[in-house]
Ligand binder design. Structure first.
Ligand code: CTP
Length: 435
């Protein structure tokens, strides 16, 4: 990281123009001009400002406008023929430009919480209040966009100093109580940037973690935080940190940091590295791999309870269930049968999603099993019999449950190389139909 101290603290125009793609930089300048036309102060806010100063890539543009951000968003969308979605209740808008570029616009606001963990009630207010309501000082920096002041850093709470000293610090003592997701966010930024949680902030974080505040978070909000922690570069460290603050209990009381879990997560890291190198084009849900790894400590019913608590979407839930059901039997089979026939490997692994195969490789710790998984993914998964139901019918075979049996057997025969041509398959199908 280029030392933040070496930047011109007051004006970041050069930094913004150098570090952002010119398309985004130009758009920010246009936003500044439009804000001038409306006589409204406009700012770049949030994680992008922090990451610009740290020299990290981030293209999530959040704009805050003092006064009436929604009218500003409408004008912006009108001028550029952009799509617009306004969330009146929260005074936020999503603007989608014709080239696909998206940005968020919000009216600067102050927030009040009816009770801890409630979504905040928002009231339009100054940029000063808007920055004060934020989680940590490093995320409470803004850059002015209006033409004559373009690039001016707004640093009202010592965010720049904390970035330089690598410190995570809340802006006020109620921060974690207002929004307990910040307990997880603190860990995320601490681990991602290698920062230190400041002493008073740490005390407040521990108090919040020891209370039952996190229990009151909705499923999707808690899931979002947990999965974001599992999406970080080194989930082994973020999971360990969650355990140190006793946060895993909010998923399940049976979860704890153990030598076994540490070993599994470390093997999972290696297995993931192997998988992504082998199959760079297959999309894999990395965070879900770690989630399933974490669930390895729990029974199927306990895992079901976690999935329910987190209100996991159907697709992910299904994958977790499949792994819980099929991974252990598959592993046992492969350990016992060192040289299974291709059709046997296929049957053992067929119901596991890719995330489950990665976990299986991690748990197997065996080169032979890696080879079997590899053959399964690169070859066996692609194999299909040449005949289908229509062909069987055309051959005069009477439709019924026998079709599935025949097609399954044809697949096995193909996998094992017992049949090589369509004619071979026809012959086998006829034989099977007679039995
Ligand atoms: N924010 C906050 N409290 C929260 C969530 C968000 O104060 N519980 C504010 C912070 O100012 C944050 C900004 O909203 O910078 C944007 O939030 P988000 O997009 O979730 O986080 P980023 O800081 O951009 O983090 P990441 O890089 O992980 O996306």
């Amino acid at each position: 990281m280029k030392p933040v101290a070496s930047q011109d603290h007051r004006n970041l125009r050069t930094l913004v123009s150098r570090r952002l793609p010119s398309k985004i930089f130009n758009r920010l300048r246009e936003i500044g001009a439009l804000a001038d036309a409306m006589d409204a102060p406009a700012y770049l806010v949030g994680g992008l400002v922090r990451d610009l100063l740290l020299g990290h890539t981030n293209l999530d543009v959040d704009i805050a406008v003092e006064g009436d951000g929604m009218t500003f968003a409408r004008r912006l969308a009108d001028r550029y023929g952009a799509g617009l979605k306004i969330f009146e209740k929260f005074a936020t808008a999503l603007v989608v430009f014709p080239d696909g570029f998206k940005l968020d616009v919000a009216t600067t606001r102050c927030e009040s919480y009816a009770h801890p963990t409630a979504l905040p009630t928002v009231k339009p207010s100054s940029i000063k209040d808007d920055l004060y309501r934020r989680d940590f000082t490093i995320n409470a920096l803004a850059i002015r966009l209006n033409v004559n002041r373009f690039g001016e850093l707004v640093d009202l709470y010592g965010g720049l100093r904390d970035l330089e000293h690598k410190v995570i610090r809340v802006l006020h003592a109620r921060s974690f109580v207002d929004d307990p997701t910040r307990v997880f966010r603190a860990i995320r930024f601490e681990q991602r940037f290698g920062f230190r949680i400041e002493k008073h902030t740490l005390t407040l974080l521990k108090e919040a973690a020891a209370s039952d505040l996190v229990h009151r978070l909705s499923g999707p909000r808690l899931r979002n935080e947990v999965m974001r922690l599992l999406s970080e570069q080194a989930p082994i460290r973020t999971i360990r940190r969650m355990a140190e603050f006793d946060l895993l209990r909010f998923l399940h009381t049976g979860l704890a940091w153990t030598a076994r879990l540490a070993g599994l997560l470390s093997d999972l890291g290696k297995s993931l590295a192997w998988w992504t190198k082998q199959y760079p084009r297959r999309s894999l849900d990395r965070a879900l791999v770690y989630f399933i790894g974490l669930m390895d400590e729990l029974s199927a019913s306990a895992t079901g309870a976690v999935v329910k608590r987190l209100a996991m979407p159907g697709k992910e839930t299904r994958k977790v269930q499949l792994v819980k059901k099929h991974l252990e039997p598959a592993l046992r089979f492969l350990v016992r049968h060192r040289s299974p026939r291709p059709s046997e490997t296929y049957r053992a692994l067929a119901d596991l999603p890719d995330e489950g195969l990665v976990l299986l490789v991690a748990k197997a710790r065996s080169k032979d099993i890696v080879r079997l998984v590899s053959a399964h993914v690169t070859t066996q998964q692609q194999v299909r019999p040449s005949l289908n139901g229509v062909d069987l019918k055309a051959m005069g075979l009477k439709p019924g449950p026998i079709y599935k049996k025949i097609l399954d057997r044809l697949l096995e025969a193909r996998l094992n190389g017992e049949v090589k041509t369509k004619a071979d398959e026809r012959e086998l199908a006829k034989k099977l139909a007679k039995v």
